[in-house]
Ligand binder design. Structure first.
Ligand code: FMN
Ligand code: SF4
Length: 435
């Protein structure tokens, strides 16, 4: 039987995560203390060796990002933690923020130390109001214990503070450059890149943006070492990953898995994880990594869950979301709901995303309401290709992924809707002739 891991969330919920003494009793602050005895280069080398891929969605190697920013001679530098957690079906960062806030603070402090930054910001989703209060308490306690503020751990000149910013409530504010605009008090719209944030970031200064889970992972890397971290995962994808299972699955929740250690089948069907589909129904599909991610099908269930294996199968880890759908869910209608989300969340800055998502939604709505026409599937494919090719930021560029994977694997469902038939029997025309 496949097994959940107990590394990043070890002890979570069993002690007061805002209490420094309690956190230290669980092994807390050993990573920072070890980093204090290492040269900057040794810390960067260890991160590169650990092969930590960013946990926010894009999976960019953290060691590479840190090394690029380290080389930039401009000061001051800023450290930003992306705790916007806006990707639908994703609810893992809140576990860390609520139960392990000092772990996230320790990770951000390590980044401050190595990248010579005295200012950290954490952008926490606006709806996580209670969690913001917990996190502030943890910051205050870390200051009192000498782990934030001036001369941290008694090291002359090691000064670092963390400020909480409450998220502005839009999905696009989770995109790293929109997030920085939002911190600066501007409209949360993405910036045109380049220049990259490592050079021109917050207040036009070099800025590191990493996800909550990525910062928390640093505490594992610098206590257990890069080799041990790598062994928790696979070459190319070190460590564990917090996976969020939801939808038509028996055991919904957050599970910690070793990257490369379980298959999608185990994640969805093993009693240690999802436990299968309720009410004896069949699996129809599963949506990976949030609305911006691709959709997987039963024939892909034996794919191993790590960045490269999923990528090879046309899938992705993304944020760690796995939303499961049973056979009663119409795939075309599901795509319609995904597109509704993108229409709502497009910031409107560029036309292909602002208008293109609306046109795609109209096409999908027509298909679902019995007004489909021959050729709509091809029109749909052309439209999503244009949107992803011509959009300026990751939102528009990824708005095509769910539909594209459905067209690749279940094109016949779209063609049936052109004829006014819904194979799942859940659209307006209920499997019969168009309304
Ligand atoms: C529309 C959009 C929304 C995003 N939302 C989030 C988010 O809520 N949390 C997050 O960590 N990353 C989010 N990202 C990814 C960030 O832009 C960025 O890649 C990430 O914070 C970098 O951290 P990592 O390298 O540790 O993953 C989003 C990206 C896009 C395009
Ligand atoms: S792709 Fe969409 S969300 Fe991104 S900048 Fe353009 S309009 Fe805004």
């Amino acid at each position: 039987m496949a097994k959940t891991m107990d590394v990043l969330l070890k002890g979570a919920g069993t002690f007061d995560g805002t209490d420094v003494a309690a956190y230290k009793a669980q092994g807390g602050y050993q990573a920072l203390e070890r980093v204090l005895g290492m040269s900057d280069q040794a810390v960067l080398d260890e991160l590169l060796k650990a092969e930590l891929r960013g946990r926010g969605g894009a999976a960019y190697p953290a060691g590479r990002k840190w090394s690029q920013m380290y080389k930039i001679p401009i000061t001051p530098k800023y450290i930003v933690c992306n705790a916007d957690e806006g990707e639908p079906g994703t609810f893992k960062d809140r576990e860390l923020l609520r139960d392990m806030p000092l772990k996230v603070i320790e990770g951000m402090t390590i980044a401050g130390r190595v990248l010579h930054s005295a200012r950290g910001f954490i952008y926490i989703r606006g709806e996580y109001r209670a969690i913001q209060r917990v996190f502030q308490k943890a910051i205050d306690n870390a200051v009192k214990a000498g782990y934030l503020g001036k001369n941290i751990c008694g090291v002359e000149g090691f000064d670092y503070t963390i400020t909480i910013i409450s998220g502005a409530g839009a999905y696009v504010c989770g995109e790293n450059s929109a997030l920085l605009n939002s911190i600066e008090g501007r409209a949360g719209r993405p910036r045109i890149k380049p220049p990259h944030l490592a050079e021109v970031g917050l207040y036009k200064k070099p800025t590191l943006v990493n996800n909550v889970e990525s910062y928390a992972d640093l505490t594992v890397i610098y206590t257990q070492g890069a080799d041990a971290f790598l062994e928790l995962g696979v070459p190319g994808s070190g460590g564990t990953k917090l996976v969020c299972l939801s939808g038509n699955v028996k055991n919904r929740g957050v599970y910690e898995v070793g990257l490369g250690k379980v298959t999608l089948r185990e994640l969805i069907f093993d009693p240690a994880f999802g436990g299968g589909i309720p009410d004896g129904k069949e699996l129809s599909f599963y949506h990976l990594g949030g609305q911006s991610g691709p959709i997987g099908f039963p024939e892909q269930l034996d794919t191993v869950y790590d960045h490269d294996s999923l990528w090879d199968a046309g899938l992705s880890v993304g944020s760690g979301a796995v939303v499961v759908a049973d056979g009663d869910v119409c795939i075309v209608d599901y795509c319609r709901k995904v597109m509704e989300f993108f229409v709502h969340e497009s910031c409107g800055k560029c036309t292909p995303c602002r208008i293109g998502t609306m046109r795609v939604l109209e096409l999908l709505t027509d298909l679902c309401e019995g007004r489909g026409r021959p050729g709509d599937t091809d029109r749909l494919e052309r439209a999503i290709t244009q949107i992803s090719a011509l959009s300026a930021c990751g939102l528009g560029q990824s708005a095509n992924k769910a539909i594209r994977s459905c067209l690749a694997h279940r094109r016949e469902d779209f063609l049936a809707h052109e004829q006014g038939k819904c194979p799942a029997g859940s659209c307006a025309m209920k499997g019969g002739e168009g309304a």
